[in-house]
Design a protein around this ligand. Sequence first.
Ligand SMILES: [Zn+2]
Length: 89
Amino acid sequence: MEDETADKKEKSGCSEFGKCLEILNLMLDNEASKDQEKYLTSHIEKCIVCFQQYEVEKEIRVLIKTKIKNQPVPQDLASNIRSKVFEKA
Ligand SMILES: [Zn+2]
């Protein structure tokens, strides 16, 4: 997992990634149900892919909120942040 060459594979290394991402976004928007919250919380303890994704999405929200006050947010901001974080990971 720490291997740099595994970086691309890691992104799709979770078989439930689509589902996790959906719940993750709900959770960060405070719209997830208790069951969904429980599922994701225990899932990211075991799944590094979703844990990283969770951290990234959290960061994106903070950054967007900060930026939005002063200037328009470029549409590709989120994907820029995502690729930066995954490069470092
Ligand atoms: Zn996962």
